[in-house]
Design a protein around this ligand. Structure first.
Ligand SMILES: Cc1cc2nc3c(=O)[nH]c(=O)nc-3n(C[C@H](O)[C@H](O)[C@H](O)COP(=O)(O)O)c2cc1C
Length: 235
């Protein structure tokens, strides 16, 4: 089938002004939890038994459970953009929290230009959330706490090499990893170049797919007094 002929009509749900919470973070929480629940067939079958789950996977393909995967767009000081997936690791009144390396491409861009954007896409729900704002580093104590909650292998991997640096081959990474295992037989400290960011939103848009591309879109825009103005946008 030609790519141009790929077409999906959206008819799972609708979004009305009266459905919206006055607080966009509360609205995000609601949609995020719905997205988590929508991705539970895998969990259901896992509970039902490994063989049932394997059968389900073989028939329907792998189920995804990464409702917290989001596209993070950044730009350098000249405005050249780049985007990649990172995982949402928390959301609160301050904003959207993710963890990464501070000295890789995105870290360098965020130092030059703190403006950033996030996009979530939950195809099961025919929903998209777009967020824009600026980032600040998470307090070091919170990065320490999260780093220490990660599996040992992930903690060691953070020390292997600075993110986005060219490396000669796979063996280079695995040899460094083995060496780190010996170097840190017990506790693994957090590298100072690894930590969290909070994206403090100034706009959040909720998009619900509708038939005939007549989608429902509502954008919250933060006002100078801290309140949120909500507008319906044309699809
Ligand atoms: C599903 C998924 C989750 C990811 N989660 C993270 C993450 O939480 N933090 C991170 O730094 N990179 C994560 N990555 C890797 C990034 O997409 C990217 O390759 C890496 O951060 C380097 O990006 P940069 O060179 O633009 O800095 C993830 C990739 C995928 C596909």
């Amino acid at each position: 089938m030609a790519i141009a002929d790929l077409r999906r009509d959206y008819n799972a749900s609708s979004l009305n002004r009266e459905d919206l919470n006055a607080d966009p973070i509360a609205q995000f929480d609601l949609w995020f939890n719905t997205a988590l629940a929508a991705r539970t067939p895998g969990n259901f079958f896992r509970r039902a038994g490994v063989s049932t789950y394997k059968w389900f996977q073989s028939v329907f393909g792998k189920t995804s459970s990464e409702a917290n995967a989001m596209t993070l767009a950044t730009a350098d000081r000249e405005g050249h953009p780049s985007a990649r997936i990172v995982l949402l690791k928390g959301v609160d009144a301050r904003g959207f929290i993710f963890f990464t390396q501070y000295e890789g491409n995105k870290g360098r861009e965020l130092t030059e230009n703190p403006h950033a954007a996030l996009v979530f896409y939950w195809p099961e729900l025919e929903r998209q959330v777009c967020v824009g704002g600026s980032v600040v580093k998470l307090p070091a104590a919170e990065s320490d706490a999260y780093f220490q909650s990660r599996p040992r292998g992930s903690r060691l991997a953070a020390w292997v090499e600075r993110q986005s640096t060219p490396v000669p081959d796979r063996e280079f990474l695995e040899a460094r990893y083995r060496k780190l295992h010996e170097q840190y037989p017990g506790a693994v400290p957090r590298p100072e170049y690894w930590g969290g960011y909070i994206l403090a939103p100034t706009r959040i848009e909720f998009w619900q797919g509708r038939p005939s591309r007549l989608h429902d879109r509502f954008r919250y825009h933060k006002q100078p007094d801290g309140s949120w103005k909500v507008e319906r946008l044309a699809p």
